[in-house]
Design a protein around this ligand. Structure first.
Ligand code: GLC
Length: 409
């Protein structure tokens, strides 16, 4: 909750077909057909140090990478399967290298792990399974408890073989496939025992907002492709930690023709919105078959980094303000520091509602320059409010001009 901004990484064999990570499902690709990508997979340009440096430059403080997605392919060296990166041409434990690289750049490290597994012979052929329309698959006898053993053993490997892990991100529960169906209490107990400091997401099931929170409900809520309308609270009204996961284009896994990238401006404002509502942003990249983060993503992340570098004080350690959302943008707050994120220049002076007499000093965060609290002639009747202004028709930073207001205590 201090760090606020992280990198999500969706990477696997699906980078080769390059039509997103659900390609097996949408195109009903069998294990046999999908195997050709396994034989081909050879990400010779995989350089996690480069990824980590990029994440750091963008202002991200942590990362979460897919160790296994729904397709069942493991980027780590699991002894319970042959369907893993070490058996491909690259012959490497890609997760191990990721952990080392991100750690050495001072970033916190998280693992995404898919509860669904379309490769495993004992995972049910249900509505999401690529072979749901294939009679041969439907007739096979499947023993879900065998899958559960496999899944628990893999999670144990991930929690044992890679040193300290900061986050585990399970994905996902649906219908009956939720909670104890995953033997979730046992799973969480094991995870917490092996990694006492770990933070667990909420997709094993259970509701963190409810009165009876099961142990497996995790530590934070994970809104997907949406920013909640207001801070998330539980039944008592206490804040519940959350992290929105958002794609930069319209897919998680690499998609060669999806060039629908959101601008740096949109994503910076998205981050600010999350923080202003007490949340985090986990922003996704989908590296390609060679192991490179798409150049569009690189450019956008660098631009985000330029802004963050100047305005980091208004993000890290910040959260929702005691003041309601202003018309020109958003507030973030950390103790007696109130950050005005001004995104739209109003006609006339910028109004700081109900802050008259409460501001000790105001500074432009990007350069520390004084922002004078003014008393405009045309605003005398608005006695409760304070006012500032900038010369010129444009704001100093058209993306988000941040003014740090030090409040009287
Ligand atoms: C979903 C999707 C998935 C993606 C995830 C990210 O549940 O199944 O492909 O990994 O959300 O939040």
């Amino acid at each position: 909750m201090n760090d606020r901004f992280g990198m999500f990484i969706h990477w696997g064999l699906y980078a080769i077909p390059a039509r997103g990570e659900w390609v097996r499902h949408y195109e009903q690709i069998s294990n046999e057909e999908y195997y050709k990508y396994f034989e081909e997979f050879n990400p010779v340009k995989y350089d996690p140090v480069k990824w980590a440096k990029l994440a750091k430059k963008a202002g991200m403080k942590y990362a979460v990478m897919t160790t296994k997605h729904h397709d069942g392919f493991c980027l780590f060296d699991s002894k319970y399967t042959d369907f893993k990166a070490t058996n491909t041409k690259i012959k490497k434990d890609l997760v191990k290298e990721y952990v080392e690289a991100f750690r050495s750049e001072g970033l916190k490290v998280g693992f995404y792990y898919s509860l669904l597994d379309w490769h495993h012979e004992h995972y049910p052929v249900d509505q999401f399974h690529p072979m749901k329309n294939n009679p041969r698959y439907k007739e096979q006898k499947r023993d879900f408890s065998k899958y559960l053993e496999y899944m628990h053993s893999q999670v144990k490997e991930l929690m044992t073989n890679y040193g300290k892990i900061d986050i585990i991100w399970f994905d996902f529960s649906y219908g009956d496939m939720s909670g104890e169906m995953w033997r979730a209490s046992k799973l969480v107990e094991m995870v917490r025992e092996l990694q006492p400091h770990i933070i667990i997401n909420n997709r094993l099931g259970g509701d963190l907002r409810s009165e009876n929170v099961p142990t497996y409900a995790g530590d934070f809520i994970t809104p997907e492709q949406i920013i909640p309308p207001y801070p998330i609270t539980n039944y008592k009204g206490d804040y519940v930690p959350w992290e929105a996961c958002i794609t930069m284009n319209n897919h998680w896994g690499y998609h060669a023709s999806d060039k629908n990238f959101k601008s740096a401006k949109t994503l910076i404002r998205c981050l600010v919105e999350c923080v202003s509502k007490n949340g985090n942003l986990l922003l996704n990249v989908g590296p390609n078959a060679y192991g490179e983060i798409p150049e569009e993503s690189v450019r956008i992340l660098e631009e985000i980094g330029d802004w963050i570098q100047k305005n980091s004080e208004s993000i890290y350690g910040c959260g929702a303000s005691q003041y309601p959302k202003p018309e020109w943008g958003r507030w973030t707050q950390k103790g007696n520091k109130l950050y005005a994120h001004i995104m739209e220049k109003p006609i006339g002076p910028i109004i700081l509602p109900n802050l008259n007499g409460k501001i000790k000093k105001a500074r432009l965060l990007s350069d520390g320059s004084e922002v004078r609290i003014i008393k405009p002639w045309n605003a005398v009747e608005y006695q409760n409010d304070a006012f500032i202004n900038f010369d010129g028709v444009e704001l100093p930073d058209p993306i988000d001009t941040v003014v740090e207001l030090e409040l009287e205590v």
